[in-house]
Design a protein around this ligand. Sequence first.
Ligand SMILES: CC(=O)[C@@H](O)[C@H](O)COP(=O)(O)O
Ligand SMILES: NCC(=O)COP(=O)(O)O
Length: 253
Amino acid sequence: MTSSLRLGVNIDHVATVRNARGGRHPDPVRAAQAAVAAGADGITAHLREDRRHIRDDDIARLRSEISAPLNLEMAATSEMLRIALQTAPHAVCLVPEKREERTTEGGLDVVGQIEQLRPIIGELSAAHIRVSLFIEPSEAAIHAAVSLGAPVVELHTGTWCEAIGGISGARAADEFERLKTASRLGRELGLEIHAGHGLDYVTAEAISALPEIAELNIGHFLIGEAIFGGMDAAIKRMQAAMQLGRDLVREPA
Ligand SMILES: CC(=O)[C@@H](O)[C@H](O)COP(=O)(O)O
Ligand SMILES: NCC(=O)COP(=O)(O)O
C-alpha cells in the first residue's frame, strides 16, 4: 500500500444487493476476502440499528473469516456496545445514525454528546478495541475527540465530495481547507487521522495529498466500480489514485 496510507474497504453495499432478494448472494464476507486478496489493508462494515444492509451474522463471520483488521462502524448505543464487546473487532468507529437518512449525513456530535460518549469509549478501550470517532472536520470536534481520549478520528469527507460534484468551486475549496486544518490540528494533538464517505478515484487522490491522513475508508463507489470491472481492478485503481496523491506530499527537509 502507499507510504503510511491504508485503504479500508467498506462492504456495506454488497449486503444491500444481497438483501434485495433476501438470500445469501452476493456474500459480503466473500467480497471482503476478495478485497483483502486485492490488497485492502482492512475491512469496514457498518452495522446499522435498522440492519438495512450489514447484519449481525455478517459481523460475526467477518470477524472469524477475514485475515485483515475489521473496523466495525456503529452508533453509540448500549445494543451496539454489547455487540462490539462480544465480537471484539480490531476497531470500532462511532458514527451518527438517523433512521430516516439514506446514508450517513455528517459527523458525530462529539461536542454535544461528550458525556454520553465517554463511558462507551471507556468500555471499548478497556476491551482493547481501538476507538475512532467519525467527526466533522472542525477544530471543535477535534478538541472534543482529544478530551474524550479517542486515539483516532475519521474526518467526514461527504460534504466536500458533494461540493466537488456541484457548481460552486469556492465551496469545495472551503471544505478542503476545513479538512486540511482539521487533519493538521488532529495530528499536532496526537490523533491518528482517517477520512471517509463519498470518496471516489478523484477525491481519494486529492485527499491522499494531506500527509496527516493515515487511512481512507471507501465503500459505495468502490463496490459500484467492482460491479463493472471486478473488485481486484477497482481496488488496484483506487490504490494507484491514493499513491498519486501521496506522491505529491513533499517529505519534510
Ligand atoms: C460512516 C460512513 O460514512 C459510511 O460507513 C457510511 O455510513 C456507509 O454506510 P451507509 O451507506 O449505510 O451510510
Ligand atoms: N466511513 C466511510 C466508509 O466506511 C465508506 O463510506 P462510503 O465510501 O460508502 O461513502
